[in-house]
Design a protein around this ligand. Structure first.
Ligand SMILES: [Zn+2]
Length: 348
């Protein structure tokens, strides 16, 4: 089987996908029509051309923030948010994704409060035909939040985890890495963890060894990106050794890192060092809409850049199953990948 088709058909798990950043152009156009039909004020008109891009186009950081703001403007009502969730899950499923943890920051809009925001995504997950994909939600705390708001989000996450433990699985910290101080989020994250939620932290997006060490010492269940950890990509010997000792699984997002120029090129991505050192890694999209990518494309890029064969790709897919936050789904997802592996006569 040709490598492209192999990457598509290989059952994959997506563990780092921001909902609003994952909206495809076609989803955005559908939401735009929906909002027009339901009389929602359209604030995106002037920006429409910005996200109409062809395949293979790349985006710079300014474009990316522009597209985020369009996506936010489009998911302003519960109905639009629910449809955005359903369409996005469908796209991941069509791309061979068999388990996904979508993440999103609950926000107040003129049409809904934070609770209704979470309800809308959960409704989307429930209403999506789940025959080929298991979908879960991670609730995001944004680094630009004041302590009061991050406490409020942690409380909501705990409340929804207790009400819907089958759907809400974790809390994560994300947002502009130059803003906010990790320590100020520790109380909220600790409460969420004590309540049974899993924790993921965006880590090392900029060179900040002190914070990276604090994050690793916090022992989250997963780290996101982990760019400035290895000395070759802006980290220190100390941050790298701390990660090697902790063996915390890291969610890697190649296209996102290259497009935002956090990493100078695919061949210089820290995937190589992490892979060779045996750090548990998971390949993800981050924002497939913003960066015009897909999960199978990320596997393909990894294979092409680092000369991985089908067996090595399948090992990555199997390994990722160990790190899904919904512990009860681990065996189900893993057996799905192994079934594919056996069917294709690969020996892991
Ligand atoms: Zn991210």
């Amino acid at each position: 089987m040709e490598l492209f088709n192999f990457c598509r058909e290989l059952p994959k798990v997506e563990l780092h996908a921001h909902l609003n950043g994952s909206l495809s152009k076609s989803t955005m156009l559908q939401l735009k029509r929906l909002n027009a039909d339901s009389g929602v004020k359209d604030e995106t008109n002037t920006f429409m051309d910005e996200f109409v891009m062809g395949a293979g186009d790349t985006r710079n950081l300014a474009d990316c923030f522009q597209i985020f703001s369009i996506a936010h403007a489009l998911t302003i009502t519960p109905q639009a948010l629910q449809i955005a969730t359903i369409l996005t899950l469908q796209e991941f499923q069509d791309d061979g994704c068999c388990y996904i943890e979508l993440r999103s920051t609950p926000r107040d809009t003129p049409y809904m409060n934070k609770r209704q925001y979470i309800d809308a995504i959960l409704e989307g997950i429930r209403n999506h035909d789940a025959s080929n994909i298991i979908s879960r939600l991670i609730i995001s705390i944004n680094r630009n939040m004041l302590q009061k708001e991050s406490d409020e989000i942690a409380d909501l996450a705990i409340e929804y985890f207790q009400k819907h433990p089958e759907l809400v699985v974790g809390v994560e910290l994300s947002g502009n890495p130059t803003v906010g101080d990790f320590q100020s989020f520790v109380p909220a994250l600790t409460r969420a963890r004590d309540a049974g939620l899993k924790i993921a932290l965006h880590c090392g997006e900029i060179c900040n060894p002190g914070e990276i060490l604090e994050m690793i010492n916090f022992k989250p269940d997963r780290l996101g990106h982990g760019i400035c950890i290895h000395p070759k990509s802006g980290g220190t010997e100390e941050t790298w050794q701390a990660l090697c000792r902790s063996l915390i699984p890291v969610e890697l997002c190649l296209t996102s890192n290259v497009n935002t120029k956090s990493v100078p090129g695919y061949d210089l991505h820290h995937f190589k060092e992490f892979y060779e050192a045996g750090i548990p890694i998971i390949i993800n999209t981050d924002d497939k809409g913003v960066f015009a990518t897909s999960l199978s494309q990320e596997y393909m890029l990894c294979a092409e850049t680092f000369q991985l064969d089908k067996t090595q790709l399948a090992r990555l897919a199997v390994g990722a199953c160990q790190h899904v936050f919904d512990v009860k789904s681990r065996d189900t997802v893993k057996s799905k990948v192994l079934e594919f592996v056996n069917k294709h006569g690969l020996c892991l």
